[in-house]
Design a protein around this ligand. Structure first.
Ligand SMILES: Nc1ncnc2c1ncn2[C@@H]1O[C@H](COP(=O)(O)OP(=O)(O)OP(=O)(O)O)[C@@H](O)[C@H]1O
Ligand SMILES: [Mg+2]
Length: 252
């Protein structure tokens, strides 16, 4: 019988540098299948770089990363990993390939040779899921940044990934689309047992996750329950509070 691997991700003493600049420093943690984890930290703390390492888009200079038991440095397994892990970039323009929304969503599954009738259904369901069904014939480049991110998100769903990494997906969305997308994410995690990793610098968003990893200057400084993390970091991350939250007074 095949041994079941519990960890979707396992990082052991991972360090990463761009040129000589160290971006991530000796990071170790694991994420189990079906967890909803938020990675929180200031601008430049290394969130996007960490996410790219998890998705095997870049590789550590020190330490190892295992995705579902496979080391990301095993180059012949790279496409297996990328089929399991969907990534929605912070800047969707870097990721869009096709001209029309439905073609963009179909791109991944089409490359896998999924037959046409199933492909149509997959694309439909995925677009429905992100609330873009009525925009399917539109030019992707004419969509708002948030809708471009939703299109890429739909593409990952159509591909049938096990894990979705969302890099600041809500920063380009208005309040209503933000809550719609977040409730879809929560539903996917609950119903499909997907692993969700959400990068954010909005402290109000971390409470949606089951667990929060806090990055500071490339180091993992905390790993815990969202409510505890919010309490602990709420004042330290003053500039990251949502605008509508009033500053605590000394009396309160
Ligand atoms: N391709 C690159 N080449 C060189 N340096 C980079 C590159 N990408 C990121 N960096 C640097 O790495 C550091 C961490 O960047 P990263 O984008 O991972 O942080 P982040 O937490 O996602 O920030 P933000 O909240 O602004 O998205 C920053 O100092 C950034 O300037
Ligand atoms: Mg980033």
């Amino acid at each position: 019988m095949m041994k079941k691997i519990n960890h979707m991700f396992l990082l052991k003493n991972v360090s990463f540098a761009y040129e000589k600049k160290k971006i991530l420093n000796n990071i170790s943690f694991s994420i189990d299948h079906g967890e909803f984890v938020s990675i929180f930290g200031r601008n430049g703390s290394g969130k996007s770089t960490l996410a790219k390492l998890l998705a095997a888009l870049v590789f550590p200079q020190e330490g190892n990363i295992f995705v579902n038991g496979t080391n990301t440095q095993e180059s012949e397994k790279i496409f297996d990993i990328r089929r399991k892990v969907g990534f929605t970039f912070q800047n969707p323009d870097d990721q869009i390939i096709a001209k029309i929304v439905e073609d963009e969503v179909a791109f991944g599954p089409e490359n896998l040779g999924i037959p046409n009738p199933n492909l149509c259904e997959l694309v439909n369901d995925s677009l429905e899921c992100v609330g873009l069904a009525c925009q399917r014939k539109k030019d992707v480049n004419k969509l708002s940044g948030g809708d471009k991110q939703k299109t890429i998100f739909a593409g990952s769903l159509a591909l049938g990934v096990e894990c979705i990494i969302l890099d600041e997906i809500t920063s380009m969305l208005d309040t209503q689309s933000r809550s719609e997308v977040l409730s879809q994410i929560i539903r996917l995690q609950k119903e499909k047992k997907m692993t969700i990793i959400m990068l954010t610098h909005h402290i109000d968003e971390i409470v949606l996750a089951n667990r929060v990893l806090v990055l500071e200057k490339g180091k993992l400084i905390a790993d815990g329950k969202p409510k505890e993390m919010k309490k602990k970091f709420f004042d330290a991350y003053e500039e990251m509070k949502p605008k509508f939250v009033k500053k605590k007074t000394l009396a309160s």
